[in-house]
Ligand binder design. Sequence first.
Ligand code: CAA
Ligand code: FAD
Length: 382
Amino acid sequence: MDFSFTEEQLMLQDVARRIAQEVIAPSAEHFDRNGEFPLDNIRLLGENGLMGIEVPAEYGGAGMDPVAYALAMIEIAAGDAAHSTIMSVNNSLFCTGILKNGNEEQKQLYVRAVAEGREIGAFALTEPQSGSDASNMRCRAVRQDDGSYVINGKKSWITSGPVARYIILFAVTNPEQGSRGITAFMIDTSREGFHRGKTEPKLGIRASATCEIEFADYVARPEEVVGVEGQGFKIAMSVLDAGRIGIASQAIGIARAAYEKTIEYVRERKAFGSPIGTFQMTQAKIADMKCKLDAALLLTLRAAWLKGQGKPFSAEAAIAKLTASEAAMWITHQAVQIHGGMGYSKEMPLERYFRDAKITEIYEGTSEIQRLVIARSETGLR
Ligand code: CAA
Ligand code: FAD
């Protein structure tokens, strides 16, 4: 077993760390407070290859592997979780989705602009009545005689919905076929029939803009079908497998930032005449934080490595996301506790880490859904 990283992986990690610490972290409090979309920072990430890490250079990306992607995501999330949410949708849901399932023209037209950070991409699966049970969607695409599709319906909670130029949409083309009657489409949000709802007010990742979107007689051309008609649900599921490695990495980044601040604090802060880090109850918390962080990291790198080797990684990605997101929630909770009153104050970032961590247990499949995926894979039962 080789636990070392390649020179390229370390180089990308270094680029991501520098941008995260020099540009993103210092502005994170501002974007969190105002709920403003950090467009300039997102463009900067794009210019540095971080919006299309696994996208080959011929389509405008960095041409790197999933391990490099995980390392870079961790760094950006340690700077600010909301930035890493936008980055993860562009990279693993949008670009991967098109690269894996789209045709050559779609790759040239849509992947390049998003991988270079010139445009923002989004992924629209969830609806008001269907979240975990994603195949219960109602958004309808009706095929016309000329081969085009007329789309009507709503999608909710769409990350980057308020700003995205392009969206991969999943809609029902054949209601009789259940999950086999769902098709993926490329949506251009500048066209008629596309509408955005109000930006959702959220607990955390407040700089990542989320909204409902609505289609009212939106016409998709035949060449805007992604993959094959009826294969949309499988496309969504396989794209989410990759996405879950990104969210696991995001959770690790948030947790690491909280952990590092905690290590500094327990050395400096004194109570009863001693640094609080000398108390055994604090030491136990530090040890447990470190174990959870390392376990999450190793499981995430395993899933990323398997993906890079072209091996199955669906259950491993769910294991990584479940472990990392629950670790992030636990670690940020303990970090607030160890900082006492200062942990609760907006003058320190601990309360933001705590709020941001929660989303990693919800999106791209809740913790319950990850457990379902893992248990189904282990038992073969449904
Ligand atoms: N890869 C490829 N195909 C897959 C697959 C995978 N990982 N998982 C399932 N499929 C296929 C199955 O083989 C099956 O195909 P057949 O019809 O040929 O047999 C088909 O999909 C249906 O599978 P299931 O019957 O297992 O589907 P299900 O309805 O029981 O649902 C589920 C399974 C795992 C619960 C799934 O619905 C799920 O993942 N739900 C969570 C939804 C989710 O993660 N949403 C995230 C939205 S995006 C987001 O959140 C972005 C963001 O925050 C930033
Ligand atoms: P529900 O499915 O209604 O679940 C409610 C509760 O029931 C949960 O605790 C769930 O775990 C539990 N539950 C459901 N089914 C089961 C079961 N079988 N067994 C045990 N427990 C179960 N979606 C997109 O398509 N694109 C995006 O870009 C996107 N971005 C998002 C950004 C944010 C900030 C948020 C909050 C959500 C986003 N989502 C997005 C939607 C997200 O993926 C869903 O919220 C998530 O999948 C859960 O669906 P739900 O909210 O409908 O909850």
